[in-house]
Design a binder for this molecule. Structure first.
Ligand code: ADP
Length: 170
């Protein structure tokens, strides 16, 4: 049985993340989306809300669950009985950092294997950081984040007028 963890900040969850979740879920028996409690980034959304937004997005995926964790990702993977870490890779932007982290994790936990999935081309330039910028300025988030995430962003930035979904330009 292959048990895997897809760790991240998910601040907030994007369609790029969900693409990785769905593809990874089809490759493994059980997938846990692990949401960092102690992210080095300063998240816009509190931990509980980041977890809820992921939970809502994975309701149709029976072998996927979402859990917050603190401490080392490799320790969390061991705690849930997994041996595989999933990460997503966008062209140049992610490789060096992922490689550095992978080597450190290999040192800390040689028993945990890493599987990087290449982003799908339509999500190549999608990042949570960019999403927050666009949301802050009231831009259209259609096709970039699940609808419930777009709503949460709208509430966060108290955008005037209608929903950000399907409206406006970048
Ligand atoms: P972290 O703080 O660990 O980078 P993120 O939530 O930003 O957490 O990202 C979690 C994982 O998802 C990382 O492996 C990241 O490279 C990957 N990822 C982020 N955006 C995309 C995307 N658009 N397509 C594919 N993978 C992505």
């Amino acid at each position: 049985m292959v048990v895997a963890v897809y760790p991240g900040t998910f601040d907030p969850l994007t369609c790029g993340h969900m693409d990785i979740v769905e593809r990874a879920a089809s490759l493994v028996d059980e997938l846990t989306v692990g949401i960092y409690e102690n992210s080095a980034k300063q998240p816009l959304f509190p931990l509980e809300q980041r977890v809820r937004l992921v939970q809502e997005a994975i309701t149709g995926l029976p072998n996927v669950q979402a859990k917050a964790f603190k401490g080392l990702t490799v320790d969390f993977i061991r705690q849930i009985g997994g041996r595989l870490m999933i990460r997503g890779l966008r062209a140049n932007s992610d490789f060096e950092r992922e490689f550095e982290m992978a080597l450190m994790n290999r040192k800390l936990a040689p028993d945990i294997e890493l599987l990087c999935l290449m982003t799908s081309s339509q999500y190549q330039f999608l990042s949570s950081t960019l999403i927050k910028e666009v949301a802050k300025l009231g831009g259209c988030l259609e096709g970039m984040v699940p609808d419930h995430v777009a709503l949460a962003l709208k509430e966060k930035f108290s955008m005037p007028g209608e929903l950000a979904i399907g409206k406006g330009k970048m």
